[in-house]
Design a protein around this ligand. Structure first.
Ligand code: TXE
Length: 480
């Protein structure tokens, strides 16, 4: 049984306790590797290594740091097949998805920030005869990066890359549910000769390792992606310590389809925005609102096409959906289907566990599910389900659908389908979300600010937002 190791001070090492946790393959339901059950002693060791590495790493030129990050990106691409296989085995997602999205994006994250630091600049404020001001930006020190299980390497590197690029050193904790590709990344860092202690990866449980990182007095900046309730726990600890925090949390995103939309494009993209990654993307459009004149036509076409979607094991090329990430999560999603029925919903398609044959019989597979007939303000339409489950309902006016869309405690992303440009701009301006897609979904430019409002988080990732998050500005004023 493979034992995943921590990566501390440039060395792969056992947890000090010698204890390990089972790591499951969601496609089979079987334990296939072990992950360190690290504790405070491992985090303390990592923080010391990061602190020792920081002065030299911060003093490196942007060009030198770019070189290391580009080398990591190249290695990720060289190891695409192995990393994609590992990702799918750990998370349950189809292999074609890991190969097309997760792993290439991890390489892009490193490449994007490696080059971004070569173009970043600061300001100068000229007071004429009196004085001149210039602003400098410095790395903060040891950054704590904590990431979730839905897009493991993709989101892990989305935090680590800008932190390292700006000269910080990192103590990172991937989700204990999907640790494998973070472990493989530590081997890549060793291969490229990343200086010891610049990146440290401590595997283990959230309430132990994650909480220790959050409360550690020598980690002044925390970047977190995960559930809203965990984000609240982190904020409760980190805020009184005046730590800088980036919290990317949950979503319950509206997908608003007007009668004047490009019907075929809206339909095919809605299948993706509803069920991609088994619906385990915080940006999925899980509440679908269709203008009444096309409601039945759209609903029936969407149901018919969803019925044809294949649920299969990650190596099945025909599978549109793989396994959801864990037994607990599968049961959580199924409990929401039961809730929807109790709240008066009708399951138009799906709603059940899929039992595959052979070695996959115990895997965690769910049917893509569409539910109609629910009020906009019921729990099913207000709470994040984070599985292949969407609701659908008609609307008559812009005001009505805006009220529905903005009614949740979340505000991460929204999607709007219309050919009316004025309406598109109006809707974009009135939707309470950090991201609005018009006639598309998940089209990403890494330079754009990424994040949400309300309980979808605090702060923004992406582009120069991330570079500024991981640095502190200092204004120097010189009297002439
Ligand atoms: O997230 P958690 P999980 C949502 C989604 C999902 C729910 C829970 O609804 O069902 O969150 O998912 C670490 N201090 N999203 O369990 O628990 C934990 O070990 C510090 C949306 O994955 O938030 C893991 O590494 N760290 C989200 C990371 O936090 C703690 C993507 C995320 O775990 C901790 C994933 C603590 N007290 C889930 N407790 C998105 N926005 O994409 C846990 N952790």
């Amino acid at each position: 049984m493979e034992k995943i190791q921590n990566y501390i001070g440039g060395k792969l090492c056992e947890p000090q306790s010698g204890n390990y946790l089972d790591n499951y393959n969601p496609a089979t339901g079987a334990v296939y590797s072990l992950i360190p059950d690290s504790d405070k002693s491992d985090v303390d060791k990592a923080v010391i290594a990061a602190k020792n590495a920081f002065p030299a790493w911060a003093a490196l030129s942007s060009e030198k740091r770019m070189g290391f990050l580009m080398a990591i990106a190249d290695k990720i691409e060289e190891n695409l097949e192995d990393l994609a296989l590992a990702e799918s085995k750990d998370n349950g997602k189809p292999l074609w998805l890991s190969k097309a999205v997760d792993i290439p994006r991890a390489a892009s994250n490193f490449r994007f920030y490696a080059t971004a630091i070569m173009h970043d600049k600061t300001d100068c404020f000229d007071m004429g005869e009196v004085a001149i001001n210039y602003t400098i930006r410095k790395p903060i020190g040891v950054a704590g990066c904590i990431s979730p299980w839905n897009l493991p390497l993709y989101l892990f590197t989305w935090k680590i890359a800008p932190a390292l690029a700006t000269g910080n050193c990192v103590v990172a904790k991937p989700s204990e549910v999907t640790p494998m590709t973070a472990y493989l990344l530590s081997k890549i860092c060793t291969e490229v000769g990343l200086p010891d202690g610049v990146l440290n990866i401590v595997h283990g449980l959230g309430h132990k390792v994650g909480a220790t990182i959050t409360e550690h007095p020598e980690i002044p900046v925390i970047s977190f992606t995960g559930g809203t309730s965990t984000g609240q726990q982190i904020a409760r600890v980190a805020a009184p310590m005046f730590k800088k925090m980036s919290l990317e949390l949950g979503g319950k995103n509206p997908n608003i389809i007007f009668a004047d939309c490009d019907f075929d494009d809206a339909l095919s993209t809605t299948k993706r925005s509803s069920f991609a990654n088994q619906g385990q993307i915080c940006l999925c459009g899980s509440r679908i609102f269709v203008e009444r004149p096309i409601y039945e036509k759209f609903r029936d076409a969407f149901v018919a096409q969803t019925k044809k979607m294949v649920v299969g094991h990650p190596l099945d090329e025909k599978a549109k959906l793989g396994a959801v990430v864990s037994k607990d999560h599968m049961e959580k999603v199924l409990s929401y289907v039961e809730l929807a029925k109790e709240e008066g919903g009708t399951v138009l398609v799906g709603g059940k566990r899929v039992i595959l044959d052979g070695e996959y019989a115990n895997g965690y597979y769910l049917e893509p599910t569409i539910i109609e007939g629910l009020p906009f303000n019921c729990r099913t339409n207000q709470e994040e389900i984070f599985g292949p489950v969407v609701t659908i309902m008609p609307f008559d006016t812009e005001e009505e659908v805006l009220g529905y869309a903005n009614s949740t405690k979340y505000g991460l992303s929204s999607t709007v389908w219309t050919s009316n440009l004025k309406r598109a701009h109006r809707m974009a301006g009135n939707l309470d979300s950090g991201i609005v897609w018009i006639n598309t979904w998940l089209l990403r430019d890494l330079r754009t600010p990424f994040g949400g409002v309300k309980q979808s988080g605090v702060g923004r990732e992406g582009g120069f937002e991330a570079l500024h998050f991981f640095t502190e500005p200092k204004n120097v004023c010189i009297k002439l």
